[in-house]
Design a protein around this ligand. Structure first.
Ligand SMILES: [Zn+2]
Length: 84
């Protein structure tokens, strides 16, 4: 059982947004693969409103990095590189 915020210190999880389970009609929202309870909304850059590849679970706080270049037809901005 994962506590709320229990994964917020964990290393980022690299995931493919395409492969995640959608939780609503929204093409963005998906179920958190770390806790299976929280939701990943897909965030946007505050200035440009472009989709960004770093996201955090609403429940466990897990940081996820999307490996997708495009989500729901929109290009994804690479703000977090985990390869180094
Ligand atoms: Zn979670």
């Amino acid at each position: 059982m994962i506590e709320p915020g229990g994964n917020d210190k964990k290393l980022p999880l690299l995931v493919s947004h395409t492969d995640l389970e959608r939780v609503s009609e929204s093409p963005y929202r998906s179920r958190c693969p770390a806790c299976n309870k929280g939701v990943l909304f897909v965030h946007r850059d505050q200035t440009t409103l472009a989709l960004i590849n770093a996201d955090r679970c609403t429940y466990c706080g897990q940081l996820v990095i999307y490996t997708d270049k495009i989500i729901a037809g929109e290009p994804v901005l690479d703000v977090h590189t985990n390869s180094k």
